[in-house]
Each structure stands twice: as C-alpha cells, then as structure tokens.
Write a protein that binds this ligand. Structure first.
Ligand code: ADE
Length: 242
C-alpha cells in the first residue's frame, strides 16, 4: 500500500511515522508513506498556495492550481483514491479504515485555513473523511489518524494480526476492561473470575463488561445491534436497561 500525503505542514506527520507499528509496517515494506509539501507545486514567484475567497468573508482558500498539479504528478496512473480530510466529510470508522487498508494507492489531501477551492472537490476528490465533529487547524493530524488506523490493520502489521480484528469496535462493542499483575494494587483487586483460569466464565465476563460499558458510554452503538434476551438481562441487572 502506498500513501501520498499532500499538505502545507507535512512535518506534523513525519515523526509519528518513525515509531511503533507505523515504523514496523514501513520497514516490512507493507506500507510506503510519501509526504509532500503542496508549496512545491505553487506556480507563481511567491510560491502562493492560498488566496482570498470570491464573494468576500474571512479566511483564505487553498488555490486549485497547485493541488491539480500535485495530484496529476502523484496519480499518473489515475488509480488512486483521492481522500480529502475535512470536518464536512463522512465519519472515519473502523470499517472505513479496514476497507481502505485493502487499497493499493491513496492520496490524502490536507486542508488548511477555510479549505480548498470547491473545484478540487468536484473534480479530484473521490472521498471526503472527517475524524470527528470538531474543527482542527488543518487536515494533517486527521491524515495521520487515518494512516495510523489503516497501518495497524494491514495484513502482518501486528505481531498478532488477529488482535486488530477482534479488539474494540470490530465486534461493534467497546472493549472490556484489562488487568495485568499485580493481582492487588493499592487495595484494588483484579476481578476474581480473571484469575480463576475458567475460560468460558472469563469470556462471559468480558462480553458482559463490554456490553455494559457500551450501554453507558456509547448507547448509540447498541441501537444498531440486535440484543438478545440475555444481553437485556445483563443490562437490567446493571441498571442500564428497563
Ligand atoms: N480538518 C479539520 N478538522 C478536521 C476533522 N475534524 N476531520 C478531518 N479533517 C479535518
């Protein structure tokens, strides 16, 4: 998988590519990330990449020419997904990250200021993605979030590849609590079931905890699922359902 990033501040992204799983998948040649500065495609002598909005108003707009030139250079085969990171995009979810991880070439376009000239969106962009309902000062951090979410689910990315697919959200529930040694710390004991060695009970406990946590913090996720009578009983006992 190759990812080309087009940004005004690519240096925001660079250090994160040199650590952890992202570093490992690149070393294993499963992922190549190329960071590009949009200014390299500026055509005038001032290297300008932005201009005032037609119709007036505050804020600057990223000019179309450098972006079209950059995408033409990076996508000469015309097979890449051109993804624009914007708060107006569709939400980035685990499912979106997993399906993008199957692509061979992505071009990530990071906005700044008031965003890009609309003609870029009309003609170039194939997908618009948002990482959440808040406004960042630019798309670079959002692009990094996307690269990280994709990088860790690339086949062979995790030592234990399966764990990316069985962990939180892949099962549409939030993750259950985790504990490690010591069994008692500051007067707090690890739940007895986890040290019992009884695998079936452990799985049941984990499922119930995940269900309760989801009901408490993300009831919207539960609405999308068909709960069994047993599920509802678990939630009732915890005072999380009527
Ligand atoms: N650029 C600025 N804010 C953003 C967001 N929430 N998601 C994606 N790109 C952005």
């Amino acid at each position: 998988m190759k990812i080309d990033v087009l940004a005004l501040f690519p240096e925001i992204i660079a250090p994160a590519l040199e650590t952890g799983i992202l570093k490992r998948v690149q070393e294993a040649d499963k992922l190549t990330v190329n960071l590009h500065n949009l200014r390299d495609w500026a055509t005038d002598k001032h290297k300008s990449v932005d201009d005032y909005p037609y119709g007036g108003g505050a804020g600057m707009i990223l000019k179309p020419e450098p972006i079209f030139a950059a995408v033409a250079a990076l996508n000469s085969e015309e097979t890449a997904h051109i993804i624009y990171l914007t708060p107006q995009g569709t939400p980035l979810t685990q499912g979106v990250a997993e399906s993008l991880s199957l692509e061979t070439h992505l071009v990530l376009l990071c906005g700044r200021y008031k965003g890009v000239d609309e003609r870029v969106r009309d003609r170039l962009v194939t997908t618009e993605l948002s990482i959440g309902d808040y406004v960042l000062s630019g798309g670079e951090i959002a692009a990094l979030v996307l690269i990280d979410a994709i990088g860790r689910v690339l086949p062979g990315a995790l030592g234990d590849y399966e764990s990316a697919h069985v962990d939180s959200f892949s099962q549409e529930l939030l993750d259950h609590p985790h504990y490690t040694r010591p069994a008692e710390f500051g007067g707090m004991r690890v739940p007895e079931v986890l040290v019992s060695g009884h695998h079936e009970n452990i799985e049941k406990w984990r499922y119930a905890e995940a269900l309760k946590r989801t009901a408490k913090h993300r009831p919207d996720l539960l609405q999308k699922l068909e709960l069994s009578e047993e599920d509802i009983a678990i939630l009732k006992t915890a005072g999380l359902a009527e």
